[in-house]
Design a binder for this molecule. Structure first.
Ligand code: DAH
Length: 314
């Protein structure tokens, strides 16, 4: 019997009490005792049923059952690495195998690292070409990973002095005040590369990059350059790769993926490296484009969207 049914009986019993008055006085005592007994029995039963229901709740959880206990747990979702983080790991891996060190870029920088240390003269129009954000205090969320070149040169300068080279790649998040559409984001990722030695050449740079792209896309491909302009390299190049055949390339489509060149002597000098003794090359470019092409994605905005159905595909 349920608690509700028992309580109903208890109520009916209450109505029985009223009958006492109608009985002859000699019968009233026995009648009253009788009803009282029934009442006590009912109260006891109610207490028992309630206690049983309570303990049943606790024993629903079987602590000895193997995990997952029930369907509720089976539908639980576990997070995964963001596709960009996963690709950046792969990129770093390829460069590490070639002997490059890795340092991470930062998300807040200053005028000196964004422009001055990179040989942008004061008031040079190229300073306007980067759609740079600025905080009220004048800090700059970096518009490219080249802001790290000066730090990287200084950090590894001692390797040069000890007869070695500087070889470092710098992945990082960058920000530009751009109108957002399927191919433009205000927040995206770049990877920078810096190499300095006594004998660095552009040929070496192109060898490094060709190898990088071939490993990243898993096939042989051609690479070519065209003239470019950056204040921090001389000469400056734009670097293009042949669209990989596995992604529909037929040997005639070229994709411009990187900027690069020989590090300008003023950039070396600013970091305390003698440009008459040492030469360097540097390059940099966006990461999303590489990844979008690899996975045939058509909208850059997915990366920063936090959309689960996109993220779950990786
Ligand atoms: N920072 C440049 C950009 O975002 C790309 C670049 C060009 C990087 C030349 C370099 C370089 O290191 O040498 O457009």
């Amino acid at each position: 019997m349920t608690v509700e049914e028992l309580k109903k009986q208890l109520k009916l019993l209450g109505a029985e009490y009223a009958k006492i008055k109608t009985l002859p006085p000699e019968d009233r005592k026995t009648f009253g005792e009788e009803i009282n007994k029934k009442k006590q029995a009912l109260l006891k039963q109610i207490a028992e049923v309630e206690a049983a229901a309570e303990s049943a709740d606790i024993t629903k959880i079987d602590l000895t059952a193997p995990f997952p206990v029930n369907a509720e747990y089976k539908t639980q979702k576990f997070g995964t690495k963001h596709p960009l983080s996963a690709e950046i790991d792969k990129i770093i891996d390829i460069y590490s195998h070639m002997g490059f060190n890795v340092i991470e870029s930062r998300q807040l920088d200053d005028e000196f690292h964004m422009f001055d240390s990179l040989n942008f003269s004061k008031g040079h129009p190229a300073r306007d070409g980067y759609d740079t954000f600025r905080t009220e205090e004048g800090f700059i969320p970096p518009a490219h990973t080249s802001t790290m070149q000066h730090r990287a040169l200084k950090k590894y300068k001692k390797d040069l002095e000890n007869g070695g080279n500087i070889a470092v790649v710098i992945p990082g998040r960058v920000f530009r005040n751009e109108d957002v559409d399927a191919t433009h984001e205000h927040t995206f990722y770049q990877c920078e590369g810096v190499f300095v030695s006594k004998t660095a050449t552009l040929g070496q740079m192109l060898g490094v990059l060709k190898h990088f792209f071939e490993v990243y896309y898993g096939e042989k491909l051609r690479i070519k350059t065209q003239p470019g302009y950056f204040p921090f390299t001389e000469p400056s190049l734009e670097i293009l790769i042949e669209k990989p055949k596995s992604l529909g390339g037929k040997g005639d489509g070229w994709l411009e993926l990187l900027g690069g060149g020989m590090i300008h002597p003023n950039v070396l000098k600013a970091a305390g490296i003698d440009p008459t003794k040492y030469k360097g090359f540097a390059w940099g470019g966006g990461i999303e484009r590489l990844v979008m092409m690899k996975y045939k994605l058509n909208d850059i905005r997915y990366f920063e969207s936090g959309k689960l159905d996109f993220l779950e595909e990786f």
